[in-house]
Design a protein around this ligand. Structure first.
Ligand SMILES: O=C(O)CCC(=O)C(=O)O
Length: 256
């Protein structure tokens, strides 16, 4: 399974330009199974303008991702986009398979106070794993990373890969790195983290996108520029590490 992450420079408040950039990027790829985009790639944190920038249920961006998936025979972990839904806005992840079918959608459940999300967005109320290429996977969005229970639930439900799509600020990159590694080691699964770079309304995003294997080894890591990260993932590795260090079996579910 070959995965490519787009550590994209944000295009604040310009969904059309963002789609052009992603299309141009996808055209540069070859022999990739799954592409991963970052958080809120359509608008970035232009939260005061979401009413004019977003489409109902993200239809415009979904149509675009479906077209890309079919044209290039790619599975797309579509990061997240800002969408309008029932008079509110959500930070929504969309997963599309290479036939262009939407196989999973997730609205961010932990809205980040430091970027004022609770003032402009509604929080999601549910999550689950999904299947791509016959493997179970999960996705969380940025601030969700700080809540280990969420990744644990996904891992207990069988996720072998957890995608972390982010617009994580430069000033807290040390937290990002430490939490990503912790989530990989404690859940013994792949962590595939796609962050942004660039700046929106005074916040600088820190890059550092990475793929960590179920043993906690960083397989590839980007710096703080726009960049592509490509890694070949061997999904069987999590089984091997779970047998060698059986933390799932050692859990004291009678006590906690
Ligand atoms: O938790 C953090 O420090 C950053 C979170 C964030 O930027 C986000 O959720 O978009």
């Amino acid at each position: 399974m070959r995965i490519a992450l787009y550590q994209m420079e944000v295009v604040p408040g310009n969904p059309h330009r963002a789609m052009e950039k992603i299309e141009a990027w996808i055209k540069t790829l070859s022999q990739i199974d799954i592409v991963v985009l970052p958080e809120m790639w359509n608008t970035s944190y232009t939260l005061t303008r979401l009413h004019e920038l977003t489409d109902d249920e993200g239809e415009r961006e979904i149509r675009f991702l479906q077209k890309m998936a079919k044209q290039h025979a790619l599975h797309i972990v579509g990061g997240s986009i800002a969408v309008k839904s029932n008079g509110q806005h959500y930070n929504r992840s969309i997963i599309i398979d290479q036939q262009g079918e939407i196989i999973y959608q997730y609205d961010k459940i932990h809205l980040v106070p430091m970027l004022n999300e609770p003032d402009y967005l509604a929080a999601g109320h549910q999550f689950s794993t999904f299947e791509l290429m016959n493997e179970k996977m999960g996705i969380i969005i940025c601030y969700d990373l700080r809540f280990p229970e969420l990744s644990r639930h996904l891992a207990l439900d069988g996720a072998e890969i957890i995608y972390v799509v982010a617009e994580w600020p430069m000033e807290r990159m040390a937290h990002f790195m430490a939490l990503l590694k912790a989530r990989a080691v404690e859940n013994q699964c792949y962590i595939v983290a796609c962050n942004t770079v660039g700046e929106c309304e005074g916040t600088q995003f820190g890059g550092g996108s990475m793929i960590i294997d179920p043993g906690g080894e960083v397989l590839a890591q980007a710096d703080a520029h726009e960049e592509t990260v490509i890694v070949q993932v061997d999904i069987k590795q999590s089984e091997a590490i779970r047998q060698a260090i059986p933390v799932f079996k050692s859990r004291r579910t009678d006590l906690y």
